[in-house]
Design a binder for this molecule. Sequence first.
Ligand code: FE2
Ligand code: FE2
Length: 253
Amino acid sequence: MIRVAAAGDVHFDRNSRGRLSRHWSELAGKADLFLIAGDLTQVGHEEEAQVLADDLAECPVPVVSVLGNHDFHQDQQEAIKGRLRDAGVHVLEREAVTLKVNGTSVGVFGLKGFGGGFLGACCSDFGEPETKAFVRHTKMLAEELRHGLEGLKSDYRLALLHYSPTPDTLLGERKEIYPFLGSYLLGEAVDAAGAHAAFHGHAHKGIELGQTPGGVPVRNVAQPVIRHAFNIYCLHELATDIGCAPVAQAARA
Ligand SMILES: [Fe+2]
Ligand SMILES: [Fe+2]
């Protein structure tokens, strides 16, 4: 049984030191790995990432992360990645990591993703160059997501995103901003590759449970949604029982 702890949108700032380290240090025996679905920082400053790296130092399980849109705000995304990688975090940006857990391999392909909207209310790559650039960026990332997931030879294949691959988990957000919260193209990529589950954040006012059109379980683990330091998911249950509840939850952060 593989247990995945997950959270997103921790939004650390310079004053966040110690906010979550106690909870994360208690992951031993509760989870086998910890996924963080982007928006690691508040305004994208590398000093904020260092505070997060320090809080993660006591985390006893492997940590895998992607960046979120906030982490790009100051153009310090490379420095943010560096600070976290120096602390041992697997920061994935269009790349994969495979971890071995009790003889079972868990592959994670991670990228931030981007917006564009969902079927019936989405942008298309037509018209002004700015519009086409927006849509084509998502198309490129979705293609990379599909290839990356297909390339995983692990027992489990997980997608770790910041933007949502389904409108399911956006319920509660204003529909006007759905195109800025995710894209159906990401969901199509997850379905085409046959991933076992997808995790994302970004939609602070959304809901936790959803699935892609093809039935892959999706979990919005943004901390304002899960309202805990992390949730824990049993991969076997996620892969076989769509809509199952987390097997355990951490103490309220
Ligand atoms: Fe966020
Ligand atoms: Fe975000």
